[in-house]
Design a protein. Structure first.
Length: 368
């Protein structure tokens, strides 16, 4: 039946055994989704430890994270100065890539108790797989529909530079707005979820104080999706702009030109040519370092949404849906785990540094 069908069977078995929080990562192949996930794990580790929590990659996810981190660290070895070659990166994945983590409370008792942890499944879907002509189209749509959080990865460089001339080629913004709107139209009437618009590679705009301009451009380009949520899902869908710096130690410099001063185009980008670009050190007097910033925020949003739904269902006298019934039972019987999660998400950003709450910020509010 195909790769995705096998993946579906595998996850149906897992989800029947444990509580599973699902995140769908959407964006074109090669835009940097694997980099985001690697940086989320790196940026969250110390913050989780501080609050008595752990996030452990499961199975092949550990190898993927390790390879991703090594690739990111090697980037800085290959950028000696402004005249460096185009930025290397993590090889783009061609199909669905699943990242599975276990989130739980530290301590021997907690580790022995399966109710003191949850699975976090993050599935990386190349945008091309949402096309109706793809043989696994319906299965992909179901995965996305079942996700509690939809993350849309946005390459900030192509969004902002050259007046966005190559944005559609790179980010497939109009296409993804259309597809996500179609998915939202198939949700159950009471179903809730949050959408994160995640600009990455935005170091240049951070150091030049242009993150608000970046976020405004995101709102302009993804207006069809934002307007649809505001008009039709105001009470059920939260939508946020959450810029992250996946590298931190380098910023965009310039696009690559040939001897005739013509842009050098990458023709392997989903059959839509885009120009290559270079990076240089953010702080020339220091050695470049891998310094991801704000990459923990998507995890804050996921856990905040989860806690919010637990508290909401508690206030209503019960829980709706299998996931939240299980969460209701878990948090009610393990208040220590609940409080650790509550403390962990206290640093969530919903404003400043380009962060915007476009609709229904109460869905990530845990203080009610």
């Amino acid at each position: 039946m195909g790769f995705l069908s096998d993946l579906s069977d595998k996850f149906m078995k897992k989800s029947g055994q444990r509580i599973q929080l699902k995140v769908c990562m959407m964006g074109p192949r090669g835009v940097g989704k694997t980099t985001i996930l690697t940086s989320i794990f790196q940026d969250s580790d110390s913050k989780l430890n501080k609050n008595g929590l752990y996030l452990i990659p499961q199975g092949i996810t550990k190898d993927r994270i390790d390879k991703g981190k090594n690739a990111l660290l090697n980037i800085f070895k290959e950028i000696p100065d402004e005249s460096s070659t185009p930025l290397p990166g993590i090889n783009a994945t061609k199909g669905v890539t699943d990242f599975l983590f276990k989130l739980g409370l530290k301590g021997s008792d907690a580790n022995k108790n399966k109710n003191a942890s949850v699975d976090v499944s993050i599935e990386d879907f190349p945008g091309e797989l949402v096309n109706e002509t793809h043989p696994e189209h319906n299965l992909v749509l179901n995965f996305i529909k079942e996700s509690h959080v939809i993350m849309v990865a946005i390459d900030s460089v192509y969004l902002m530079e050259l007046e966005g001339k190559y944005n559609e080629n790179r980010n497939m913004s109009s296409y993804l707005c259309e597809k996500i709107n179609t998915i939202l139209g198939k949700l159950d009437e009471k179903e809730r979820k949050i959408i994160l618009l995640v600009p990455l590679k935005c170091e240049k705009y951070a150091v030049s104080n242009k993150l608000p301009e970046l976020s405004k451009t995101v709102c302009d380009v993804y207006k069809p999706l934002i307007d649809n949520v505001l008009q039709n899902y105001k009470d059920r869908i939260g939508i946020f702009v959450t810029p992250i710096q996946t590298l931190g130690g380098v910023v965009f410099n310039k696009f690559v030109c040939d001897d005739n001063n013509e842009l050098v185009l990458d023709i392997e980008n989903n059959n839509s040519p885009i120009p290559q670009f270079k990076f240089f050190r953010a702080i020339p007097t220091h050695a470049p370092m891998y310094m991801p910033a704000y990459c923990v925020q998507p995890l804050y949003y996921l856990i905040s949404f989860t806690l919010n739904q637990y508290k909401y269902n508690k206030s209503q006298g019960g829980a709706v849906g299998t996931l939240f019934k299980n969460l209701f039972s878990m948090f009610s019987s393990d208040l220590e785990f609940y409080q650790a999660c509550q403390n962990f998400v206290s640093k969530i950003k919903t404003s400043g540094d380009g962060y915007l709450s476009l609709n229904n910020p109460k869905l990530v509010n845990t203080n009610f």
